[in-house]
Design a protein around this ligand. Structure first.
Ligand code: PLP
Length: 379
């Protein structure tokens, strides 16, 4: 199996697995217990909190562990949009992950007004349009750091400076950015930042939310006073420890991996464009080093994904099956990419285990499959 879908999920890295296993074996207590067998686990949680904080330039006490990236984003939006009843306007981009878009819809159903900012053909927002949309009752802005489908990077530092100058809270979904590009909550002036474990080589089912000191946060889950009352529920010690170890791991390797994966991604893209005439979707200047989103004219991405699967490759498209028909990705649609091109687009995302050989194999295989789908069977 050759895996080209690291933006969907990553495997658990060996050092991460090693770090978490003792918490399934002899360190299985409840961290809220008064006796040391449980209470001592608090130290492991606090170490993980520091490791996650270091990855994004935060203070450890500003990190809240959650169950996933979706919960982190939902919590940030609910907290920022509801803390002041006189401010019920929220702005987000139209290419956010559903974790944010669906929460925007829920806030609307509860009386908030939400503006969805469009993007240009490169997938980028227009800062002057954002500025024009800010109103006296704007409570918060939510803009992703990096897009999961195209890898396009939003100018979060500029957005942060603008929001800070107007006293508006800023949430950023950094689920795809963390560990791939430098992320610093202070230079970017963000108030909330969402992370998840399973994109940085920790297991699925653990996330973190950065909440700037003094910024309101309201847990979606109420109960015990865990995470200093910011997220109830007995902490998943093993997964939290894993998330800490993973944050440290990707932080150490980030710059070198960005160079290596950027080189592999560019080689892959150039070879596929030369062999198939496919086009790149999204800005090539402002994007993650590991992500390629390619449009193959005359091809349906779902058919290509099936053939790739049969040939032993994993990749994905942003298309979604709704009510029996294939709908193009909301991200590519927002970029103005014609429906047929959007339906022929595939995301290839690379990760730490990706090798030169993986890329060579995909370069050797994918153009043949495209030929087949376009009906040019050789011989
Ligand atoms: N935000 C982005 C940009 C993502 O890519 C994802 C996962 O695909 C999420 C949020 C959701 O994270 P989780 O699966 O941990 O809920």
């Amino acid at each position: 199996m050759r895996y080209f879908d690291y933006n969907a999920t990553t495997p658990v890295a060996q050092p991460v697995l090693d770090a978490m296993l003792p918490f399934f074996e002899d360190r299985w207590g409840n961290p809220s217990s008064v006796y040391s067998f449980g209470h001592d686990l608090g130290e492991a949680i606090e170490r993980a909190r520091s490791q996650v904080a270091s990855l994004i330039g935060a203070q450890p006490r500003e990190i809240v562990f959650t169950g996933c990236g979706t919960e982190s984003s939902n919590t940030a939006l609910a907290s920022g949009a509801c803390h002041d009843p006189s401010k019920r306007h929220v702005i987000m981009s139209s290419v956010e992950h559903p974790a944010n878009l669906r929460m925007g819809e829920r806030l609307e159903s509860e009386g908030a007004s939400v503006s969805y900012l469009g993007v240009d053909k490169e997938g980028l927002i227009d800062l002057s349009e954002l500025e024009a949309n800010l109103k006296p009752d704007t409570a918060m802005v939510s803009m992703m750091w990096a897009n999961n489908e195209t890898g396009v990077l939003f100018p979060i530092e500029e957005v942060g400076a603008l929001c800070r100058s107007r006293g508006i809270l800023l949430h950023t979904d950094a689920v795809q950015a963390a560990g791939k590009v430098p992320v610093d909550v202070n230079t970017a002036k963000v108030d909330y930042l969402s992370l998840t474990g399973h994109k940085i080589y920790a297991p699925k089912g653990v996330g973190a939310l950065y909440v700037r000191e003094g910024v309101p946060v309201q847990s979606l889950i109420v109960g015990g006073g865990q995470e200093q009352g910011r997220r109830a529920g007995t902490q998943n010690v093993a997964f939290i420890v894993a998330m800490g170890a993973a944050a440290e791991c990707v932080g150490i390797q980030r710059a070198e991996e960005a160079r290596r994966l950027g080189g592999l991604r560019d080689r892959l893209e150039n070879a596929l464009m030369a062999a198939t005439g496919c086009q790149r979707n999204g800005s090539t200047k402002h994007r993650l080093p590991n992500t390629a989103n390619l449009a193959f004219e005359g091809v349906e991405s779902e058919a290509l994904l099936l053939l790739l699967d049969q040939a032993g490759f994993c990749a994905s498209s942003g298309s979604a099956c709704s009510t029996g028909s294939l709908e193009p990705s909301h991200v590519l649609t927002a970029m103005g990419i014609p429906r047929m091109m959007a339906l022929g687009s595939v995301r290839l995302s690379l990760g730490m285990p990706t090798t030169d050989e993986d890329v060579d194999e995909l370069i050797a295989t994918l153009p043949r499959l495209i030929d087949r789908l376009r009906g040019h069977r050789p011989g």
